[in-house]
Design a protein around this ligand. Structure first.
Ligand code: NIG
Ligand code: FE
Length: 407
């Protein structure tokens, strides 16, 4: 028998497209061989086979199984916090004003540069463990709070270390263009050249870069600077993400389409032309309701237009100290529904199927299908919409990661 173990009796939300809502299979079973899903079928058949071939059975009667959740946009590696800035913003100072005055991202750059590897790693592990507690089996981690070669490298090394120390998959992103570091204040061009040239090459050669990202915004980098970086990445065969349209429309959606970016993230501000360009590309739009909420923004992303254009939507935590100090992906499901108008099914697709696409990993993860990685979460819920319903509620009872029970 080609099964190592089998989970029997659960309702399985496969999140596969084209069939039942959520790809639901009632009273089913899922068998695992090694790291992979070996079989999905009826509970009765599974019980019989498991008995016959003496395969260990896990009783999942009455539980729901979904793919392991995927947080496809995080900045979980950072030093310090931005609590003082939070207080300032509550007194009326804007996020942009704080950034222009040298706070914001620059403040976190300073505390990240000052933090030892041990401190950075310890703080990161706390955040990642919290995400994992809610069923996360894969997360993306960006650099971008170092902005000098050494600290960016340390951040990416910490990100890689996470996957060595914890049972979770990490995709790393070199966010070289996050903010202009103070030491390059008068040499913008030199900085972009460094990031797009020797720094990118050497981080990639060290095996630390799965993708690149740029913050294309009036308080960050221009369209041309973003294009230069993405071009350099493309020449190295590296895919890209873009922080686009968070505070204004710079035309980054069109640029993302041009470079076949994996994802365009935030996108509160985008034109119809930008949406059309995305629709004609394979890019996923990653919605970040935590940042929208925390910065008390007023213009939500044009979800209905994106939906009509058929652009796949993902949802992520954007976990970072400045705009989304959040380590709950389930809370993001709720906010994607309440603040952005996603259906619970769209929201759940956004942290599974479409999040996998946003990481270029759909062949391996994101839905429950034979041959895909056996990453799944077991939930004590009555129906899948409940995952987006609760606020601060965690119905995760167990996680299977690469075919092994995680807790
Ligand atoms: O995704 N937009 C740029 N980067 C982060 C926020 C960074 C910060 O404020 O520290 C984001 O919102
Ligand atoms: Fe971000």
């Amino acid at each position: 028998m080609d099964w190592d173990q089998v989970w029997v009796g659960a309702h399985i939300a496969t999140l596969c497209e084209g069939g039942e809502p959520y790809g639901v299979l009632h009273n089913s079973a899922l068998a695992v061989k090694g790291e992979r899903i070996a079989w999905i079928g009826s509970a009765a058949v599974a019980r019989q086979k498991a008995e016959e071939y003496e395969v260990p059975i896990h009783d999942a009667e009455g539980l729901w199984i979904t793919p392991g959740l995927i947080d496809c946009h995080t900045h979980v590696v950072y030093g310090g916090d931005r609590v003082a800035e939070f207080e300032q913003r509550l007194c009326g100072v804007s996020y942009e004003d704080i950034a222009r005055a040298g706070g914001g991202i620059q403040a976190t750059v300073k505390s990240t540069r000052d933090a030892s590897n041990e401190t950075l790693l310890a703080a990161t592990l706390v955040r990642v463990r919290h995400l994992m507690g809610e069923g996360v089996t894969t997360l993306e981690i960006k650099s971008g709070y170092g902005l000098d070669f050494g600290t960016e490298k340390r951040m990416l090394e910490v990100a890689r270390q996470v996957a060595v120390l914890l049972p979770v998959t990490v995709k790393t992103t070199y966010l070289g263009l996050h903010a202009l570091p103070v030491e390059y204040r008068l040499e913008r061009r030199t900085y972009v050249n460094q990031v797009s040239g020797p720094w990118l090459q050497s981080l990639a050669a060290a095996g630390l870069v799965d993708a690149v990202d740029a913050f294309c915004e009036n308080i960050a980098f221009t369209l041309d600077e973003t294009a230069q970086f993405l071009q350099a990445a493309q020449e190295l065969g590296l895919p890209s993400h873009i922080h686009a349209g968070q505070l204004s429309d710079m035309g980054a959606a069109e640029l993302a389409a041009k470079f076949s970016a994996l994802s365009v993230d935030h996108l509160e501000y985008v034109s119809q032309g930008g949406i059309d360009a995305l629709a004609a590309s394979d890019a996923v739009v990653v919605l970040l309701p935590g940042a929208y909420y925390f910065l008390r923004q007023k213009t939500p992303p044009p979800v209905e237009m994106l939906r009509r254009a058929g652009v796949p939507l993902a949802v992520a935590s954007d976990c970072n100290p400045g705009s989304s100090p959040c380590t709950s992906l389930l809370l993001m499901l709720n906010m994607a529904c309440t603040l952005f108008g996603l259906t619970p099914e769209e929201a759940l697709s956004g942290v599974t199927r479409n999040a996998a696409r946003a990481l270029g990993a759909f062949r391996d993860i994101g839905t429950l299908e034979v041959g895909k990685r056996a990453d799944f979460a077991l939930w004590k819920i009555a129906r899948p919409a409940e995952l987006a319903y609760g606020l601060g509620v965690n119905p995760c009872v167990a996680v299977v990661y690469r075919g092994q029970l995680r807790r």
